[in-house]
Design a protein around this ligand. Structure first.
Ligand code: SF4
Length: 343
């Protein structure tokens, strides 16, 4: 199905990039804390920042954020259409609503008209948690889309998040078949940093591997920067290089788990390799392998690599052996090759 392109500030959903989003977590009345958080997110490579606007008066936050950070600001509105109108007036780059919660079609129409006049999109966001028991998230999203289309509005992004990974994946797969609009993908309320990353990696990662998703948010009970880091790790693990504002490290380190054959400290070398190449800002793959069983294969397919032997190891560049050094020289020799390649 041909995807509609939806502009949001300087980014375009549906353009083939995966745009990483996160959400601010400071209280709305603390404008400076929100601005600081948004700046850190932008610095971390977040392509768009969403902020909850609980009441009309909180729309001032949108105005302050727009003045202070360069990334698009998305106003998250729960159920009050007047707050949505206020957020549009304050300069929001996109409005997120669940049209089913706004209190009637006439109110949705008012929001659609204001967004159309401002030239900004709407995300029709259906969360399983807010559906009546037994409600179908995909049907609800399709009804929201039809409602907006009825008002001649089609700058739409859609989401059908659930805290169940299986339901999230099944619903987005169904929706992707039926809907031409860009999809905002995520597993909602996924939990704390560790389990949340695992759930999100399975949910978002499965969908990305199916080529489903235009913008993603990893929702973690943690600092918002962790969400952005996690999003980039998921993109990296899914082998996706196309990402708007991809400023996070795109180095992929492949390392073996080590076993009884290992005679070098693979864990140390892999950790150090990750650490020393952080922020390189290059799309490279580095293999750190314990022995000749799988080492030559992985290093042969990587840009750089180490294959361990007994107290020594081989250095690879562009899939070919370029040196043999002692264990203590492996890391410096590998870094030397990477540094030489950078220049
Ligand atoms: S590459 Fe060698 S050391 Fe590493 S897990 Fe495989 S067999 Fe073990």
């Amino acid at each position: 199905m041909r995807k509609k392109l939806v502009k949001c500030g300087g980014i375009v959903f549906g353009d083939g990039n995966i745009h990483v989003q996160s959400m601010l977590k400071a209280p709305p009345e603390d404008i400076q804390a929100n601005v600081r958080q948004a700046s850190r997110l932008a610095e971390a490579g977040c392509a768009a920042v969403r902020v909850a606007v609980p009441e009309k008066k909180d729309a001032a936050l949108i105005f302050a954020l727009k003045k202070s950070v360069k990334v698009p600001i998305i106003a998250d509105i729960h159920n009050d259409y007047k707050t949505a109108l206020e957020a549009v007036g304050a300069g929001a780059d996109k409005i997120r609503i669940n049209p089913g919660n706004i209190g009637g079609a006439d109110r949705v129409k008012k929001i659609a008209s204001a967004c159309k006049a401002a030239g900004i999109p709407i995300r029709a966001g259906v969360n399983s948690g807010s559906l009546k028991s037994g409600g179908d998230a995909v049907q609800s999203a399709l009804e929201s889309i039809r409602l907006l289309e009825r008002f001649d509005f089609d700058d739409i992004v859609v989401s059908v998040k659930s805290s169940s990974v299986q339901k999230t994946v099944a619903d987005y797969r169904k929706l992707a078949e039926l809907c031409p609009y860009p999809l905002h993908v995520g597993v909602t309320e996924s939990g704390t940093a560790r389990i949340g990353l695992i759930k999100s990696a399975i949910g978002i990662g499965s969908l990305l591997c199916d080529n489903i998703g235009d913008t993603i948010r990893v929702s973690l009970t943690a600092e918002p920067e962790r969400e952005v880091e996690a999003a980039y790790d998921i993109l990296k693990a899914a082998g996706i290089r196309r990402s708007g504002a991809f400023r996070a490290p795109s180095v992929e380190v492949v390392s073996c788990p080590a076993c009884g054959r290992t005679r070098i400290d693979v864990a140390f070398l892999a950790r150090q390799t990750e650490e020393l190449t952080r922020g390189l800002g290059k799309d490279i793959k580095i293999a750190v392998m314990g022995c000749a069983v799988n080492g030559p294969g992985e290093c042969g397919g990587a840009d750089f690599g180490i294959t361990g032997g007994d107290g020594e190891g081989l250095i690879y560049k562009n899939g070919k052996i370029v040196g043999k050094v002692t264990e203590s020289e492996l890391l410096p020799a590998l870094m030397e090759e990477i540094k030489g390649w950078q220049n």
